[in-house]
Design a protein around this ligand. Structure first.
Ligand SMILES: *Cc1c(COP(=O)(O)O)cnc(C)c1O
Length: 826
């Protein structure tokens, strides 16, 4: 790979920085805010990457490259400026240039609002995949939605989560370019009509009730120092015309404008997930909207490249990130059959060879279904197409299973039990040539359980693609101290070839190296402690063990198991004067879906336990509990780098993969975890002696449910557990209010669907064992080094290589150094 050399000086940067400050921000230094400086620098960096972006697009068009279209309702990108600087290799030069102006680069970076266009793992995975595809020179486009308001901002008020709207676009977004010339029209509502075409065939016309326009906004996605710049293309809904002129002429000015406002609502807000799934019409509109926009965009590209539509699947490999974009299968059929006169059989052949589907969840309540009634009224033509796909599909099922009608009913795309529903996962399976899970266990459980009928019909479609995360953002960018220690020991090729980290193993007994390793972690902890204090007012001992659970708040992730242990530890510290333990700081971070009552109550409990414990003079030097508000990519970057104990304690069989677990491990945290999702593979890689394992296996969990689980028995029999729960029930953490946490404690004692009580004792013993290991610091550091050294598998580069080879059949297209550097022209 050719390396870039930038003959740039800090003077070039400064000149262009001031040019952008004046010409784009319209400010001069005396008036400029730190945000203005952030904007000026962002435009300066954008100027430097434009030649790569244009050059990459040119190369792909000239080569007519096979392209990955990654369809995802969420892209949780995180801030762009720092990662663009890293990928361009310009961090040092720009730091220097800003310093010469008396500015700190970090202050400017701190001004960038995070584009929070995702809920958590699924959206972040999409972002890591875009990073890896750009770095591996894979022609690809990420297609999604330009939500005006991303995931809500979480603030904590009186211990409760309060949601604030996320106005990330309010002050402008320097990273996107709008392309109104490529806007497309989307039909909604109305009815269908049949007519006889010239050739005598019956065709269908969809007469919409209304329509909206989709306008694409493009954001460049740089590869790591390889001249490639791919595109993230997000669609925004606008009214088809600024005014409804007919109504306007009739004098109904307000009616006309209202219509415009209502179509533009379509892309206003990202739906928070993890809550009770609701069949919200607006959500279905969003899904269909971005899918239809994206497919129409692909057809436009086919046309400009003069490729016949029969070859669609040769030009595009379309990946469905969960079932959110699964309606694409019916929509591509509609576009090919209705709008481009293709025969059904040819269109179906093209469609099936185009799509591949990634499943992301085993929780039955999270499998998407849409009411047939809603589908019929909002997308009447798509419902007809789904019926047709289903009837042909069920014919195939009947032939294969020889009249097993129960199986036919199970596999139908329409759930006929009660109010009729469209099962999006079934549509996704039937319309895709490949189906994958996101960790080895998850894929096995899919085959055995959730999708077992589909597996028996098409075993060859199924494969596993264990998730990964990008080492650019999640190591090089977020942990420069550790990165430096690593690169000084083994060189810097690990950033694009994470398997290289293996070379660190030979330093795992080197005392000098281990001390450097320890220093990096210690300084990260100091920085984080300072930030914790600023954000929460809680001061923590940077020398204490940083034990962190950062992820969405959900019962299956079991933050309540963690806090129960904290309470038990607090009791032991209070009651046993001889009990000696290394000081520990338990840090929690994560958002709860606004409608998820128990999750919000868990946040309140964590905060109330913190309030009591942190000020208790008997324990406050040895135990702290902090809830860091508003977990997002920006906060995550600091958290993952400063953690020593990574909490991955979901009920076995519930977490599809997890990716936070990987980010922690590659930054040298030791995991305490169950045999769930990718934890299993992390443990296999880092070695069982370097992983704190506890709890039931997925099989034991299954048997426990099967036999009938009585959490009350565990509660009655385990004195330590009972003591902890009773402390909550007695109002010890709620100023004597015995009702506040009742829903939570009752849920645990009488139902406990995620087996918190069943795993408590094993978790407690495992947590206790961490303390004794930590006392031998050099042993701990060695374990930490080995976690990093053996985490190469969890680079999303490895995951993407597998998708490319086994599903997409795409190859990399190297991009030359840009011929013209427009930076020099200005
Ligand atoms: C990685 C990440 C997640 C996923 O975390 P899990 O522990 O895998 O649930 C969620 N949110 C953000 C901001 C992340 O960076």
């Amino acid at each position: 790979m050719k390396q870039n050399h930038y003959p740039l000086t800090t003077d070039d940067i400064k000149r262009n920085f001031f040019r952008n400050l004046a010409n784009v921000q319209g400010k001069f230094p005396a008036l400029a805010s730190t945000f203005d400086y952030y904007m000026a620098l962002s435009y300066t960096v954008r100027d430097m990457l434009m030649a790569r972006w244009v050059g990459t697009a040119t190369e792909y068009v000239e080569k007519k490259s096979r392209t990955v279209a990654y369809l995802s309702a969420e892209f949780l990108m995180g801030p762009h400026l720092a990662s663009n600087l890293l990928n361009l290799g310009m961090t040092e030069l720009v730091t220097q240039a800003m310093a010469e102006l008396g500015l700190k680069l970090d202050d400017l970076l701190g001004e960038e609002p995070e584009p929070g266009l995702g809920n958590g793992g699924l959206g972040r995975l999409a972002a890591c995949f875009l990073d890896s595809m750009a770095t591996m020179n894979i022609p690809s486009v990420g297609y999604g939605i330009r939500y005006e308001f991303g995931i809500f901002e979480q603030v904590i008020f009186d211990g409760w989560q309060v949601e604030k709207t996320d106005k990330w676009l309010f002050r402008g977004n320097p990273w996107e370019i709008v392309r109104p010339e490529w806007a497309v029209e989307i039909k909604l509502g109305g009815h269908t009509e049949r007519y006889v075409a010239e050739n005598g065939e019956t065709r269908v016309n969809w007469i919409p009730g209304w329509s909206v326009k989709g306008v694409p906004y493009d954001t460049p996605i740089l590869g790591y120092r390889n001249n490639a710049a791919n595109t993230l293309r997000l669609w925004q809904a606008v009214a088809p015309e600024s005014f409804n002129f007919e109504r306007f002429n009739q004098g109904d000015y307000y009616g006309a404008v209202e219509e415009k406002v209502s179509s533009e609502n379509l892309t206003k807000i990202l739906y928070p997930n993890d809550g009770p799934l609701q069949g919200k019409q607006l959500r279905l509109e969003q899904q269909y909207f971005f899918v239809s926009c994206s497919l129409q965009d692909m057809l436009r590209i086919m046309k400009t490249q003069r490729i016949r539509l029969e070859h669609f699947h040769e030009k595009f490999a379309v990946q469905l990130n969960d079932t959110h974009p699964a309606i694409a299968i019916a929509e591509l059929m509609r576009l090919l059959v209705d709008e481009h006169d293709m025969s059904w059989d040819t269109a179906w052949n093209v469609t099936r060879r185009t799509f591949a589907y990634t499943n992301h969840t085993l929780l039955p309540e999270a499998l998407e279904c849409w009411p047939v009634e809603l589908m019929e009224s909002l997308l009447p033509r798509l419902m007809e197409i789904i019926y047709e796909i289903n009837s042909r599909f069920l014919e195939q099922v009947r032939a294969q299973c020889l009249g097993d009608t129960a199986k036919v009913i199970r596999m139908s795309m329409i759930d006929e039990n009660g109010a009729r529903m469209v099962r999006m996962a079934h549509l996704a399976c039937a319309g895709s040539h490949a189906i994958n899970g996101v960790a080895a266990l998850h894929t096995e459980l899919l085959k055995r359980d959730v999708l077992k009928d589909f597996y028996s019909l098409w075993p060859e479609k199924f494969s596993n693609k264990t998730n990964g995360v990008t080492p650019r953002r999640w190591m090089a960018l977020c942990n420069p101290r550790l990165s430096k220690v690593i690169s000084e020991a083994i060189g810097d090729t690990w950033v694009r070839n994470l398997g290289k980290l293996q070379d660190l193993q030979r330093f795992s007994d080197d005392a000098v190296f281990l001390n450097r390793w320890d220093d990096a972690k210690r300084l990260n902890k100091h920085d984080f402690a300072l930030n914790l204090y600023k954000r929460t007012g809680v001061s923590v001992d940077p020398e204490s063990i940083f034990d962190v659970q950062a992820k969405r708040i959900h019962e299956y992730k079991r933050q309540h198991l963690n806090i129960l242990y904290v309470i038990a530890l607090y009791r032991k510290l209070k009651t046993d004067p001889h009990f000696d333990t290394h000081p520990r700081t338990f840090i929690f971070a994560g958002k709860a879906a606004p409608g998820y009552h128990l999750a919000k109550l868990i946040i309140k409990l964590i905060n109330e336990v913190g309030r009591v414990v942190n000020r208790d003079p008997a324990t406050k030097d040895r135990l702290k509990v902090v809830f860091l508000p508003n977990f997002n990519v920006t906060n995550g970057q600091q958290i993952y780098a400063a953690t020593e104990v990574s909490e991955q304690i979901s009920t076995a069989g519930k977490e599809a993969s997890g990716t936070g677990n990987m980010k922690f491990a590659m930054n040298g945290a030791l995991t305490i975890g169950t045999l769930d999702g990718a934890n299993i593979e992390i443990r296999e890689e880092v070695g069982e002696e370097n992983f704190f394992l506890f709890g039931m296996t997925a099989e034991e969990v299954r048997l426990t449910y099967e036999r009938g689980y009585a959490p009350n028995d565990a509660y009655q029999q385990d004195a330590i557990l009972k003591d902890a729960i009773d402390l909550i029930r007695n109002g010890f953490f709620s100023h004597g209010d015995t009702g506040l946490f009742r829903d939570l404690t009752d849920n645990l004692i009488y139902s406990d669907p995620y087996l918190v009580l069943a795993d408590f004792n094993a978790y407690r013993e495992c947590q206790d064992s961490i303390d004794s290991v930590y006392r031998d610091r050099m042993r701990w550091n060695k374990m930490s080094v080995l976690n990093t050294a053996r985490s190469g598998k969890f680079s999303s580069d490895r995951t993407i290589a597998e998708y490319c080879r086994e599903i997409w059949k795409v190859e990399s297209v190297p991009i030359d150094v840009p011929e013209v550097d427009p930076f020099r022209l200005v």
